[in-house]
Write a protein that binds this ligand. Structure first.
Ligand code: ADP
Ligand code: MG
Length: 363
């Protein structure tokens, strides 16, 4: 009998699917490590589920290994933080290529919708479009999006997972539930199991990557090499000491800047901004004072007494105040307060303007 996921997870997470159950359709564009198609999965009872299929690009060196880690991390994340990520359905191994299904390992997720946050950032009427899709007031659009992102991050972080690739293209709008979710765990590291985590290894998009570049100092022990019992002691200690989750909150801070400042929505201007912020020692207030932005550019961050500026500044500043008695410290010590965690960001005054999204109108 066909073991098809009529209800995902029913047959076990990360289940094996047969290639003939899947029909890939149009390409969703390809990132650096995979190739993605929208497609359809046919279930036992003839139900058709819209899915995303992602495959290894055999030309990219090292991509194969990362894909397998991506499989494992998706199983972990779906189990522990299913709300935060796109539902992972399973995988299929193609041995005889047929049509678009070329030889190799394919991962399969539920298709959430056509729009990522990158789509909205390209629109001139970004706030209006977001407000309409979310079912909130226009003034609530950006705070609502940020609150949803931080909720996802809180869930993921409490499972011990750092995403490491938070950016608009990896934040998808779930049309049915009218909320944003995280996708693309290809670079995510689980510090509880050591999955996809190697000290000193970076896989990053320079536009969204925090200046410290690593989730933990490079001298930290390789968690994957430790026994489970040792890890259950080590991970919470390392977490407390270094706040690896604040890797993602920096990226979220960049996302907030792009949502808040229309001129930062292109890659080239974002690069210029990143360089300028680095020269200001990651002090956004200093950058703001030097930039001389006209008020019409800054309305979103200025609203409610400039709470947007304050939130962005607290996300973009260095991760923490470091005592370097033991040597081997990689993070900047500026004497400023540490970067906010996702759970602290949710409580920030900027979030007071966020609204609950109304359910999607019936089709
Ligand atoms: P890559 O490693 O190539 O960046 P992603 O997992 O980010 O792969 O997927 C690439 C693109 O495919 C995303 O930017 C998004 O547009 C689309 N996509 C991926 N997963 C989903 C999903 N579950 N629902 C809808 N679109 C998705
Ligand atoms: Mg991606």
């Amino acid at each position: 009998a066909r073991r098809v996921p009529a209800k995902y997870g029913k047959y076990g997470l990360g289940q094996k699917l047969e290639p003939e159950w899947l029909s890939p359709g149009r390409s969703l564009g390809s990132g650096s490590f995979g190739e993605c198609y929208k497609g359809v999965l046919r279930t036992e009872d003839g139900e058709q589920i819209d899915v995303v299929l992602k495959r290894v690009k055999s030309r990219v060196q090292g991509a194969e290994e990362m894909h397998e880690a991506e499989h494992m991390i998706n199983v972990l994340a779906t189990k522990a933080a299913g709300e935060a990520v796109a539902p992972f359905i399973g995988y299929t191994l193609v041995e005889t290529p047929s049509g678009r299904l070329s030889k190799g390992l394919w991962l399969v997720w539920e298709y959430e919708g056509d729009k990522t946050l990158a789509y909205y950032l390209k629109r001139r009427d970004m706030e209006r479009a977001l407000a309409e899709d979310l079912g909130v007031d226009e003034a609530a659009a950006v705070p609502t999006v940020m609150k949803q992102i931080f909720k996802c991050l809180v869930t993921l972080h409490s499972a011990g997972i750092v995403h490491r690739d938070i950016k608009p293209a990896n934040i998808v709008f779930d049309e049915r539930r009218r909320r944003f979710r995280l996708i693309d765990l290809g670079a995510a590291a689980c510090l509880r199991t050591g999955t996809n985590y190697k000290p000193g290894e970076t896989i990053l998009d320079p536009c969204y990557c925090p200046p410290e570049e690593y989730v933990l100092p490079t001298e930290a022990p390789n968690l994957a090499d430790q026994g489970t019992r040792l890890r259950t002691v080590m991970t919470p200690l390392l977490w407390k000491q270094h706040s690896p989750d604040c890797f993602d909150t920096y990226s979220a801070g960049i996302v907030l800047m792009q949502l808040g400042l229309p001129f930062l929505r292109t890659t080239s201007s974002l690069r210029t901004f990143n360089g300028a912020l680095a020269r200001c020692n990651y002090d956004l207030e200093e950058w703001r004072a030097r930039s001389g932005l006209p008020a019409r550019q800054t309305a979103i961050l200025d609203a409610n007494n400039g709470t947007g500026w304050d939130l962005a500044a607290s996300l973009l500043r260095p991760r923490q105040i470091v005592n370097d008695d033991n040597g081997g410290v990689i993070f900047l010590n500026t004497g400023r307060a540490p970067r906010l965690t996702a759970s602290a960001a949710i409580k920030h005054p900027f979030m007071r303007a966020a609204q609950f999204t109304k359910p999607a109108p019936a089709p």
